[in-house]
Design a protein around this ligand. Sequence first.
Ligand SMILES: [Ca+2]
Length: 282
Amino acid sequence: MKTKTCILLIQFALCHFATAGAAQTNLLVNGGFETPTVSRFTTFIAPSSFLGWTVASGGVDIVADSFYATASGIQSLDLNSVVSGSIVQNVTTTPRQVYRVSFAFAANPLPDSPSFPSPVIKQMEVRWDGIVLGALAHNSTGHTATDVGWHDYTLSVVGTGANTLSFASLTPGSAGPALDNVRIVAVPEPSACLWLTAALCAVAALARTRFTTVFQHGLGAAETHLPARPNTRPPHCAYYCTEETTLCGDRFVKGWLRTSAKIALILWYASCSINPRAISDL
Ligand SMILES: [Ca+2]
């Protein structure tokens, strides 16, 4: 593969990924529950709303980190006020686009109100367009205000143009499931992954072409192949080669190809895989 073709392919892949990266914007508003600012906690009883979210049932609390630690920012959400609550947000999506929904889940670690007792195991449901995607449980035993035990979860959904994401507490009482850092981002298109893989293959091919030229024909041939540089050593051999030129070159090329293949697989998985921790594993 010619050098210019390789460079063009790499540039195209980078542009494609830059475009795909722009699609990583969080579609949710106030996914970290940072608005409105509260001093310790503020209760919202249904029907009510705060930035981005509607309280659909029961009651919820926006809780400051002075009460217990957050997963991100300085505030999080307790899905219980003194009863179980639920929140919902409308999301504008692209039809048939796959999205990654991620969030941090834990439990209010503080003692519940004696008048509104709650079990140590806090449960909640995640719903997409009202359909239950999964139920989560968190045992608050042993956790404290500074060690809340936040866990990150990820699941995938498909857009239809207009969708709703909701979280609903299944726990009674005053200390409920805790939620923070909710995000919805578009999963990069498979074509972006293919272009990245192609670019890495191009890099490997480019390296193989150059080093094969130098090494497979021996140092002497390489010296005649390379442009004359008075008082300088052949640039490709200066760093990688000993007297065992051919063996050295083959090892280098093979190692380079193996490394490129591993990087391609890792990046392909990172950009294309949807469920590092699928809802079915919860
Ligand atoms: Ca937050």
